[in-house]
Design a protein around this ligand. Structure first.
Ligand code: PLI
Length: 464
């Protein structure tokens, strides 16, 4: 008999949820222009917009806030955070930043120059933006399978070594400041990279004198997939696996808002002393003193504690299994989604779900709106709206992947909440042809997905 995995914590403080009626949700959706980014949190029942900064802190983390040292310089809390990063991640030098993109800014400014190429296993929006703002060109070197939602591959986040080798041959190693390796890959559906692939990438890069910098944002989730799927790791602890992962890199950027179990914070870490010295100078310009970097002392205390808790084997086992618990129910009901199920979210394939809609009727936006209307669950559009317009032609970019992301915050919801989400998605899938398309009434010039407004193309979004 398969044994179930329950939450490895009990609940000490509760936060009541809003439970609006269908009519109230209809009103809220209308005033938000059918865009889930514009909904007020007070109108949302189960919030799966993002796993970023939405984690629940533990009693120890809340307790640690009281011992936060708010000194402007040389805060004790900074030294505790530095020690936690050194111990768990293994890098020699650490600098605090207000969140992940703060670290990306400093790294890109120091390493990327005009004409450079930055290979990566798919991109993340802010990471690529910083590389491009410094004159670099991002080059996707992820395996082809990552772009196909249906192909089942254990390590769909892996780098295709042949793509990387060809790029090095084509542009020369001196034009590649570093390889940016994300563990796991958010935009591919939270897909992991294997230890072997990390090692191979590192060896190839060392041979050519190219640095490997990880985007470590969801590194603990990646470590769990290695434990589960890669031979030789099933008996090893997450802490040991993580240390080995980082040994195949020269540094990392980190958004503490995900795997470090805090609501704000990040860091930049590296082994090279010269890069550290130069980064310290930019931290002062953009983030604050190198002993707080945009965080309050109490934030640093909470992150130090969160880093230790994140490598607890029971915590991460439940985390991955909770995402899978939701995904498995949807998969059994035949709901189309990115496979295999990744670490932090379920990505529904809105193109297949609402196959009667044209991509120009915004299927993912419509599905996210319909889900909110049906049950108050908030998801995020990752399709044609997020992809924006072509700079030259002004036409909509029509991405292959038209998805909504059901992102599971860490330690926040129980499996009963996952059941409610599954019931709603399945109910919508059963009456999918009744869900109609949207038209865009207001389109902001940049990052339109945040503020765009829509309305149903027909009388109502769902024809009940
Ligand atoms: O939001 P930041 O600045 O702390 O982190 C930026 C960032 C970097 N890398 C990756 C892989 C991310 O997923 C990421 C932020 N992700 C957000 C906000 C998300 O909703 O997925």
């Amino acid at each position: 008999m398969r044994r179930r995995i329950a939450e490895p914590y009990k609940i000490k403080a509760v936060e009541p949820l809003s439970m609006l009626s269908y009519q109230e949700r209809e009103e809220a959706l209308k005033s938000a222009g059918y865009n889930t980014f514009l909904l007020d949190s007070k109108d949302v029942y189960i919030d799966l917009l993002t796993d970023s900064g939405t984690s629940a802190m533990s009693d120890k983390q809340w307790g640690s806030l009281m011992v936060g040292d708010e000194a402007y310089a040389g805060s004790k809390s900074w030294y505790r955070l530095e020690e936690a990063v050194r111990e768990v991640y293994g890098y020699k030098y650490v600098l605090p930043t207000h969140q992940g993109r703060g670290a990306e800014n400093i790294l890109s400014q120091l390493k990327v120059k005009p004409g450079d190429y930055v290979p990566g296993n798919m991109y993340f929006t802010t990471t690529r933006a910083h590389q491009e703002m410094n004159g670099g060109t991002f080059v996707d070197v992820i395996i082809d399978e990552a772009h196909d939602p249906q192909i089942e591959v254990d390590f769909k986040g892996n780098v295709d070594l042949n793509k990387l080798k060809s790029l090095i041959e084509e542009v020369g190693a001196h034009n590649i400041p570093y390889v940016c390796l994300a563990v796991t890959v958010n935009m591919a559906g939270g897909q992991p990279v294997s230890m072997k692939n990390m090692k191979d990438v590192y060896e190839l890069c060392q041979h050519h004198g190219i640095d490997v910098m990880y985007d470590a944002t969801r590194c603990v989730e990646n470590a769990y997939f290695i434990k589960e799927r890669e031979s030789g790791y099933s008996e090893k602890s997450i802490k040991i696996i993580l240390k080995e992962m980082f040994s195949y890199s020269d540094g990392c950027t980190m958004s503490g808002k995900k795997d470090a179990l805090v609501n704000i914070g990040g860091f930049l870490a590296m082994n090279d002393e010269d890069l550290y010295t130069r980064s310290r100078e930019l931290v002062v310009v953009y983030e604050g003193m190198p002993t707080y970097g945009g965080m309050a002392g109490r934030d640093m205390e909470a992150m130090a504690q969160g880093i230790y808790e994140s490598v607890d084997d029971h915590y991460i086992e439940h985390r991955i299994h909770q995402v899978r618990y939701l995904g498995d129910q949807l998969q059994e009901a035949g709901v189309p989604m990115v496979r295999p199920i990744g670490g932090h979210a379920i990505f529904l394939d809105a193109k297949a779900f609402l196959s009667h809609l044209d991509q120009l009727e915004f299927p993912a936006q419509s599905l996210a709106a319909a889900l909110y209307l049906d049950s108050g669950v908030r998801a995020m559009e990752r399709g044609i709206v997020s992809a924006g317009r072509n700079k030259d032609t002004g036409e909509h970019n029509q991405p292959k992947l038209e998805m909504i992301r059901l992102t599971i915050p860490r330690r926040v919801y129980t499996n009963n909440h996952m059941d409610v989400v599954a019931d709603s998605v399945i109910a919508l899938y059963e009456k999918r042809e009744k869900i109609k398309g949207l038209q865009m009434d207001y389109e902001p010039p940049t990052l339109r997905f945040f503020n765009a407004r829509f309305s149903p193309k027909e009388v109502s979004l769902i024809h009940n």
